[in-house]
Design a protein around this ligand. Structure first.
Ligand SMILES: [Zn+2]
Ligand SMILES: [Zn+2]
Length: 409
């Protein structure tokens, strides 16, 4: 089968880390990868229909991601890649919950319930994003030993077929087309960030970044019926339109001149701007944005967030565009008493007293509001054209790309 796997040879890693590697050195595209096989009764073979390229995949290929979240910390080689997937069930074991031909989306986070393990302390709280199995631990007294039979049994949508655990698949209703179903995983990532950091109707919110996660964050706030004022910070005009379509009240363009940008934001909020000597201006006092969802999460965007958040406000970092920061002045955070929190993947959530499975919530919302998500997938490529696909995503000003997907149909 056609597929791209991540090839973790030491010399390739070293060259990449030294920034001497040609791009895609760690990608191994082949037409004849062996078709994966079901090895356990709780698994299903899925034929990929569409697979999205996540912003994190771009960092993975450059190996410039924090080691903690990097594919380098995976024990597998070659490692499968691709976690935004819609596909068709191709094969099941007897008595499966799924039938051949079912159209499904994938929760790529494999956790205790997926394996059928007794629940680890994280999973007992519904926090599958912190599951012990994610670091290779099973459920017996020797946790590593019980996990061994499953090594290598993880997802990978950059391939024609992949093995999934039944517990990680969800059936897709007929009225959600593939190019919308493929957005389910990023939607749940945004939903989780918003559920854990729920704004009030009177809050003024800034969503930084209008890539897929930024746009999905706007959608998630509205999906939770929040009337908060949302300002979307975008870089390109083609993003502005979609941000508004999904529920942003206004759009602000980020500019390379940061001082000007910070002053522009302050003016919008009628906030007090302080102009320290030899430093950039910043918003001071309790008037200004109440919550910033930073979906870019680079050193530069974190610096922006620190400067434009109001005193006592909250910054939610979604994503890992940075690792060790050197330029951000953390004293600003102390001085303004800003609350900073991270959000990773998704988990079982709670909303208005009800327990929410983020995928079930997303499927219901998307099936009732398909029109909202219509213009997010902008580019489709066959898998072998992966270099063109990445290039479209990395040159958004020219390509006008938002979500780029691989199309196997
Ligand atoms: Zn992702
Ligand atoms: Zn667990």
């Amino acid at each position: 089968m056609r597929g791209i796997y991540f090839d973790l040879k030491m010399w390739k890693i070293i060259l990449s880390k030294m920034k001497l590697a040609p791009k895609f050195l760690t990608f191994k595209y082949k037409e004849d990868w062996p078709k994966p096989k079901i090895t356990h009764d709780n698994q299903v073979l899925v034929k990929t229909l569409n697979s999205g390229i996540c912003g994190s995949d771009i960092h993975q290929v450059k190996l410039d991601m924090s080691y903690y979240a990097s594919i380098l910390s995976s024990p597998l080689n070659p490692a499968p890649i691709g976690h935004e997937v819609v596909g068709i069930v191709e094969k099941t074991k007897k008595n499966s919950f799924f039938s051949v031909g079912d159209r499904v989306i994938l929760n790529p986070t494999v956790h205790c319930k997926s394996y059928g393990f007794s629940l680890c302390p994280s999973c007992q709280r519904g926090d599958w994003q912190h599951c012990y199995t994610l670091v290779g631990r099973g459920d017996k007294s020797d946790r590593e030993e019980s996990f061994k039979p499953y090594r290598g049994q993880i997802y990978g949508g950059y391939a024609e077929y992949f093995i999934a655990f039944e517990k990680n698949l969800y059936k897709v209703p007929d009225n959600i087309p593939n190019h919308i179903a493929v957005l389910m995983e990023p939607f749940t990532v945004a939903l989780h960030a918003v559920l854990r950091n729920l704004p009030s109707d009177s809050d003024s919110i800034i969503v930084m970044g209008a890539g897929t996660i930024g746009l999905m964050t706007i959608a998630a706030i509205r999906a939770l019926h929040k009337k908060s004022k949302i300002s979307s910070i975008v870089r390109y005009p083609h993003q502005a339109e979609v941000a508004k379509q999904l529920g942003a009240d206004e759009v602000l363009f980020s500019t390379p001149d940061k001082s000007k940008f910070y002053r522009d934001v302050a003016e919008k909020y009628d906030a007090l701007v302080v102009n320290p000597l030899m430093r950039k201006p910043y918003i001071y006092g309790t008037k200004g944005p109440d919550i910033i969802y930073d979906t870019v999460a680079t050193e530069s965007s974190v610096e922006d967030a620190f400067h434009i958040i109001r005193s006592g406000g909250k910054i939610v970092l979604i994503g890992m565009g940075f690792s060790i920061t050197k330029k951000v002045d953390w004293a600003v955070q102390v001085y303004k008493e800003v609350e900073i929190t991270g959000s990773f993947l998704q988990s079982i959530g709670e909303f208005e007293g009800k327990v929410i499975d983020p995928y079930e919530f997303g499927i219901k919302y998307m099936s009732e509001h398909t029109e909202l998500f219509e213009n997010i997938v902008t580019h489709r490529f066959p898998l072998h054209a992966y270099k063109d696909a990445y290039s479209a995503l990395e040159n958004k000003s020219k390509s006008h790309a938002i979500k780029v997907i691989f199309d196997y149909t």
